[in-house]
Design a protein around this ligand. Structure first.
Ligand code: AKB
Length: 321
């Protein structure tokens, strides 16, 4: 089969910065067009500036570049979303509807749309959250993601669009910083630890959340998108799990490598968001349908993060000498 020609929106974000190189490695550098609202991004890619609210521009890029698959990552995350509710709705829902509509009319092969554990709310079963639970989230980000899942399902049922989606847990990566999420503490903590600095956590010590290391998240995305169409039984968004932990547990794991590391807790408005989410996820549909299996647990992820960030800061410090 011919290689896909892929457009990635929001390519400069935490996931995009790792997913784009993975797509380039899999399908070829020239098969991937990276786009973002920013005028440039850090990664090496065939890059185009794109505002997903500008439908005409989306159509033009898809036609001009011969795009047949889209990974639509552009979105505002949970904590940032609360600062500007209308804008978050416009980007997260308006941008998605634009993409789905263009994908339908341009007869694209496949579309990937990320969802999140933010679709869950206080009434959702908190332990081993099932695939089809009560979905009444309390953030505008969560509301936009539930709505987005419904749009994806609708476009699949009504127009036969092959749109696929994952409910990502909090993502942890060393390559790029997250921006505006509630789970971001689990990335920030490593940067402080490796630089020998104290970490003040914005969540309380026993706040348990589902999390995933970036290599697993990228692999899950590629495996979902490669799976035969008839194996995809969930067209809203798949639950996806790897590990769950509290700030205290990740701190203790980091301390095994860096015994001097210290932490204190000062919960802010993000505590309420975290408390509204669930603690662990049942992802048996993903495991059954397309054989999902995580590779990283907490100790393995912590060891790998510290290894890579130590190299990163050593190189950075050498640059300054
Ligand atoms: C956030 O914290 O907003 C994101 C998410 C769980 O979707 N990382």
């Amino acid at each position: 089969m011919a290689q896909p020609k892929i457009l990635v929106t929001g390519a400069g974000g935490q996931l995009g910065s790792v997913l784009v190189p993975a797509l380039q490695a899999k399908y070829g550098f020239n098969q991937v067009v990276a786009s973002d609202i920013r005028d440039k991004i850090e990664i090496n890619a065939d890059y185009v500036q794109l505002d997903v609210l500008d439908k005409r521009q989306v159509i033009d890029i898809i036609h001009a570049r011969g795009i047949n698959q889209v990974y639509h990552l552009a979105a505002i995350l949970s904590a940032k979303g609360e600062e500007n509710v209308q804008f978050t709705w416009d980007i997260n829902v308006g941008g998605l509807i634009n993409l789905l509509e263009v994908a339908r009319t341009a007869r694209l092969e496949k579309v990937f749309v990320p969802s999140s554990i933010a679709v869950f709310g206080p009434l959702t079963q908190g332990e081993q959250t099932p695939q089809y639970p009560v979905l009444i989230p309390e953030t505008i980000y969560g509301i936009s993601k539930v709505t987005g899942e419904q749009w994806c399902n609708y476009y699949h049922k009504r127009f036969n669009l092959d749109v696929r989606s994952l409910r990502y847990p909090g993502l942890i990566s060393y390559q790029s910083m997250p921006g505006g999420g509630t789970t971001d503490y689990a990335v920030d903590i490593f940067h402080k630890a490796v630089q020998d600095q104290h970490f003040q956590c914005f969540l309380s010590e026993n706040t348990r959340l589902p999390m995933m290391y970036m290599p697993d998240a990228v692999r899950a995305t590629l495996e979902l998108m490669e799976a035969p169409r008839e194996q995809i039984s969930v067209r809203t968004s798949y639950n996806l799990a790897a590990m769950n932990f509290t700030p205290k547990e990740i701190y203790q794991e980091i301390q095994k490598h860096l015994p001097q590391f210290t932490i204190s807790y000062q919960p802010d408005f993000r505590q309420e968001i975290a408390d509204s989410w669930t603690q662990s996820i049942n992802d048996e549909n993903a495991r059954m349908d397309w054989k999902w299996k995580e590779e990283y647990n907490l100790p393995k992820m912590v060891a790998d993060m510290i290894h890579h960030l130590k190299i990163h800061y050593q190189e950075k410090n050498q640059d300054h000498v």
